[in-house]
Design a protein around this ligand. Structure first.
Ligand code: NAD
Length: 239
């Protein structure tokens, strides 16, 4: 089966990767929905993770939001794993045109990928809500409590919270990449977060590959389904 993946990748002229949290679990960043995922761990408060990571919670309980965000969503020491590195190699060889990711960790770029469409934003970009000044991750990590700008405004991470819309420009670019791809590799995503998951319907090519430890609602549509760890699987297929 793994050699079938290698063959599909070898034949691909416009490959797109669409990924989620499972792409980064082998870098030590937990996903949301599997056994050790963030949803199973709770928040240590009376709120559920989905509530804490919502726009209205951010507005009403900003300090609690940052407590949870800092302790559960930021992994500044994480490094790319073999999955990120294999995808960067594929792009360098001219076979992969884009990585479309639901992840916010920046590990595809750290691995060397260049065309990365971050549907849910990035922990590495942060903006003052009052004056618009941009900050890096350090501003969030080193702040005591709510991170604030020199102007006194709250600095908000450029990550898409529940109740917030996706950036239309990123969404359009992702749809365009998927529509023009001949091969789509979907990996490490439960395909349950919308509208991101619905994007794969824009794919009109021949080869749809799913690499996910657990079954997803899209398994029946794929040419090849691999319920395997993504790092080892992609590394073997892209030597
Ligand atoms: P999810 O938690 O819903 O699903 C992850 C899927 O990956 C699961 O089905 C799991 O079986 C699979 N998986 C886990 N480790 C794997 C591995 N090593 N190899 C293959 N499959 C593996 O994640 P999602 O679908 O991305 O949706 C969750 C949302 O949470 C996304 O919007 C994402 O932005 C956000 N999130 C991001 C990060 C990150 O940036 N690293 C981490 C947690 C959550």
């Amino acid at each position: 089966m793994a050699s079938e993946l290698a063959r599909i990748i070898q034949d691909g002229r416009r490959i797109v990767f669409f990924g989620g949290a499972g792409t980064s679990t082998e870098s030590g960043i937990p996903d949301f929905r599997s056994g050790g995922g963030l949803y199973r761990r709770g928040t240590g408060t009376r709120y559920r993770p989905e509530e804490v990571l919502s726009h209205s919670f951010f507005v009403r309980h900003t300090a609690e939001f940052f407590d949870y965000y800092r302790s559960h969503l930021l992994y500044p020491d994480a490094v790319p794993n073999p999955a990120h590195l294999a995808l960067a190699r594929l792009e360098q060889r001219g076979a992969l045109t884009a990585v479309v990711t639901q992840n916010i960790d920046g590990l595809h770029q750290a691995a060397g990928s260049r065309n990365v469409l971050e549907l849910h934003g990035s922990v590495h970009r942060n903006t003052c809500l009052r004056c618009g000044r941009g900050y890096g991750l350090d501003a969030i990590l080193t702040a005591d409590g709510v991170p604030t700008c020199a102007c006194g405004g709250v600095i908000k991470p450029d990550v898409v919270l529940y109740e917030e819309g996706l950036d239309p420009a990123v969404l359009d670019a992702a749809v365009d990449q998927l529509a023009r791809a001949d091969t789509l590799i979907v990996g490490g995503t439960s395909l349950s977060v919308y509208p991101a998951a619905g994007l794969i319907r824009s794919f009109a090519g021949d080869q749809l590959v799913l690499i996910n430890k657990e079954a997803t609602g899209y398994d029946g549509l794929a040419t090849l389904v691999l319920h395997e760890p993504i790092g080892r699987t992609l590394a073997a297929a892209v030597p």
